[in-house]
Write a protein that binds this ligand. Structure first.
Ligand SMILES: [Fe+2]
Ligand SMILES: [Fe+2]
Length: 159
């Protein structure tokens, strides 16, 4: 397999996953607004379509994170990494820009998200500590599989 093609496909799967995920949340939000406006049937179509978008997003995830490569620990770790990125880098940067642009409602929103992401990271971290104690011995082999998968991905990304 051509590495460049593999890399591009991984990126495309990530973009497709992002798009389908956003469509899911957007349609649920639209459904909520439609209900407020009394358009119940349209709301129901948005809700039904949102469910299908979730299925599409999960389809992409199965290729990006094959179930065989997932362990309790590496799933919790990925969640911690994502939440940590949010509260240490992404939202602080967004907050900085919002301040410069004097968008006070965005500053407030980002501050709230910084707190929530921190809480989420802590919750996952507590679970990881517990899981490491409980499943530690059992998942050594799976962990090795997951690491090998990660190495392969990294090599692909390096080209
Ligand atoms: Fe879709
Ligand atoms: Fe979060």
């Amino acid at each position: 397999m051509n590495n460049k093609l593999v890399l591009e496909t991984v990126n495309n799967l990530e973009s497709a996953f992002a798009g389908e995920s956003m469509a899911n949340r957007k349609y649920l939000y639209f459904a909520k607004q439609c209900r407020k406006l009394g358009a119940i049937e349209i709301a129901e179509v948005f809700e039904k379509t949102a469910e299908q978008e979730t299925a599409h997003a999960h389809g992409h995830l199965e290729l990006l994170f094959p179930p065989k490569t997932l362990t309790i620990e590496n799933m919790l770790q990925m969640a911690i990494d994502g939440e940590t990125h949010e509260y240490t880098e992404m939202y602080p940067n967004f907050r900085h820009t919002a301040l410069q642009e004097q968008n006070s409602s965005a500053v407030k929103e980002f501050d709230e998200q910084i707190e929530e992401s921190k809480e989420h990271a802590q919750t996952f971290n507590t679970l990881l500590t517990k899981a490491a104690k409980k499943f530690g011995a059992l998942t050594k082999v799976e962990e090795r599989h997951a690491n090998r998968y990660q190495d392969t991905l990294n090599n692909i990304k390096k080209g």
